[in-house]
Design a protein around this ligand. Structure first.
Ligand code: ADP
Ligand code: ASP
Ligand code: MG
Length: 413
């Protein structure tokens, strides 16, 4: 018999009825004799609702108090699920992150897990109980409640699976696996049987929110077998694996397409083309705790240059303010910004061994009349920044161009 960690996301526990359906499902696994640790998210929409209330109290809610608030969402679902399991005749025990204890650093709202005490969970499992743990939360050394960043219950699931050396970590959600691109945007998106950790890591970091990036990092580091599945439909889901050979059989050069609507672009024009200018402009952005993503600097023609970079949309006003200050000190001409942009990325380990991928991507976009504003590449991905209104068209045409669309036979099935 196996030890399985199962994580159920927000839509899977969105109502009393769905929590009861999760309890039925967990009971089914117990009947087969498996030891089960369940991680649950808050009911869907609850975390947003709590953050909304916090924003009404303070323009920038106090990070410590925000964690005290948002961690309550998961406390509701662990208790309800345990009640439903007991009602079905199964012993179950709920744990908050602090009760486990999931020790994290003290970076409120984006804490990292440092250690997990698995002994109490182990003795409950030995006593035949289902262990139900609140996702997304931990506790720092001083005892303060911390949270792991949006989507952080995935990371709780994987971290518990690593600590308990579980046979598998199953991420149950509202899609039946990892797709070639977000199936809610492209009808022709196809479920992948396997994807490598490396590709999944890129997909997650480039905007595919099906798994939190830290969960994938954790699973890769501790070699946790990780599978994404539908909560209420049977099927094999998608296995995230270290085995590239498995993936090569299935996938061509590009494994998937990710996109991110959360970025905005800032440009400083007429920057004197002298050593240190980029550093003078970007250092204060870093000091203001703003993360910079794509950066492009033009070749200077008249002794001045333009520097463009992207940041999270939520940070664009703050970034523009900081930038205007330094730009005037440097006697740059102007600072502009545009938050109607998106980043689209193609990802695949196959790019290492294939030439011409970039030109195929650029050609596809050109054929659709889509202008590329910025480009950035790494060994296994190419990202472009384009106008937001072309997002769906660009993803759909790249999806076809890289042969990712569903086989016609599959569509009939
Ligand atoms: P949960 O609440 O269960 O954690 P999420 O909303 O965080 O669920 O993640 C599932 C969603 O991820 C899907 O509904 C889908 O729209 C989105 N998604 C984005 N990219 C992909 C992809 N490549 N494959 C599957 N789902 C994706
Ligand atoms: N409830 C948290 C969120 O909405 C964590 C999670 O669902 O993974 O981000
Ligand atoms: Mg999620």
């Amino acid at each position: 018999m196996s030890l399985i960690v199962q994580k159920y996301g927000g839509t899977s526990v969105a109502s009393v009825e769905r929590i009861q359906a999760v309890a039925d499902k967990v009971a089914g696994f117990r009947e087969q004799g498996h030891d089960i640790v369940v991680v649950v998210s808050a009911m869907s929409g609850e975390t947003n609702r709590l953050i909304g209330m916090a924003s009404e109290m303070q323009a920038t809610p106090d990070p410590r108090e925000l964690d005290v608030l948002v961690s309550t969402g998961e406390q509701v679902t662990i208790a309800l699920l345990c009640m439903a399991l007991k009602d079905r005749g199964w012993e179950a025990k709920s744990y908050t992150g602090g009760q486990v204890k999931i020790l994290t650093d003290n970076s409120h709202n984006k804490a990292r897990i440092l250690n997990i005490d698995q002994a109490p969970m182990r003795s409950d499992l030995d006593a035949g109980r289902v262990v139900v743990v609140a996702g997304f939360q931990g506790v720092d050394e001083s005892g303060a409640i911390t949270t792991l960043g949006r989507g952080g219950s995935d990371t709780t699931g994987v971290a518990l699976a690593a600590a308990l050396k579980a046979d598998e970590c199953q991420i149950y959600t509202d899609v039946d696996g990892v797709y070639t691109t977000d199936p809610r945007v492209v009808d022709g998106a196809r479920r992948l049987d396997h994807i490598t950790f490396e590709e999944m890591l890129e997909m997650a970091s480039l905007g595919s929110k099906v798994l939190q990036i830290r969960a994938v990092e954790f699973a890769g580091k501790y070699n946790v077998p990780l599978r994404v599945l539908h909560s209420f439909q049977d099927g094999p889901g998608t296995l995230i694996t270290l085995d590239e050979d498995l993936n090569k059989m299935e996938q061509p050069v590009v494994a998937g397409i990710a996109f991110n609507r959360d970025e905005a672009k800032l440009t400083v024009r007429g920057v004197p083309d002298i050593p240190g200018a980029a550093s003078k402009l970007l250092a204060p952005i870093g000091e203001a705790n703003i993360e910079v993503d794509v950066i492009v600097q033009n070749v200077a023609a008249d002794g001045t240059t333009d520097l463009t970079f992207t940041v999270h949309r939520n940070d664009v006003d703050k970034a523009a303010k900081v930038l205007r200050g330094v730009a005037s000190q440097l006697q740059a001409k102007e600072v502009t910004y545009d938050d109607k942009i998106v980043k689209i990325s193609i990802v695949g380990v196959g790019m290492r061994s294939h030439a011409g991928v970039a030109s195929r991507m650029f050609n596809t976009l050109a054929t659709e009349g889509i202008n590329i504003q910025m480009i950035t590449t790494s060994e296994i991905k190419i990202s472009v920044i384009i106008e937001e209104r072309y997002l769906e068209l660009a993803v759909r045409s790249l999806h076809s161009s890289f042969d990712l669309d569903k086989e016609p036979t599959e569509e009939k099935a």
